[in-house]
Design a protein around this ligand. Structure first.
Ligand SMILES: [Zn+2]
Length: 146
């Protein structure tokens, strides 16, 4: 996901994430945050494109900008990533994956991510492309996003 805003950050307006280590993982898998995407946020390598995609979605939820940037291919990553404080991510559906296993060097994940912004429910439908960079999966770019 690459959605971002150019609006200036308002330091006092950033909401505190309600996600704790024992919370259900925001990515939707039946595990706690600490057992699931939290491991990757703490430094473990995501073994598959789908795992990286889920952990990047969860990073949007917990507002882990550093993780989003370090799992973004350096040729495509923005210099600064400002998350919209008015946008709340509500759920992730993985629709399709291609390649992206331990035996591949590229892969795609098609997903729908649900969010609320300005009191309205909406969703982002995207096919993301991932590549290995220095051995680790990173997000390269969106093949399409609508
Ligand atoms: Zn997860």
């Amino acid at each position: 996901m690459s959605r971002r805003t150019a609006r200036p950050r308002r330091p006092s307006a950033a909401p505190v994430s309600p996600v704790t280590a024992a919370s259900p993982c925001p990515c939707g898998l039946p595990a706690t945050y600490a057992e699931c995407c939290g491991r990757f946020h703490a430094g473990a390598a995501a073994p598959t494109c789908e795992a990286l995609m889920r952990s990047r979605y969860a990073a949007f939820v917990v507002r882990d900008v550093a993780y989003l940037l370090r799992t973004w291919h350096p040729d495509h990553r923005p210099a600064v990533l400002d998350l919209d404080p008015g946008q709340r991510w509500e759920g992730l559906e993985i629709l399709e994956t291609t390649e992206g296993s331990a035996f591949h060097t590229t892969g795609t994940v098609t997903f729908r991510a649900h969010f609320t912004a300005g009191g309205h429910r909406d969703s982002l439908h995207e096919k993301s492309r991932f590549v290995r960079y220095e051995g680790a999966w990173v997000y390269e770019t969106a093949v399409f996003a609508d």
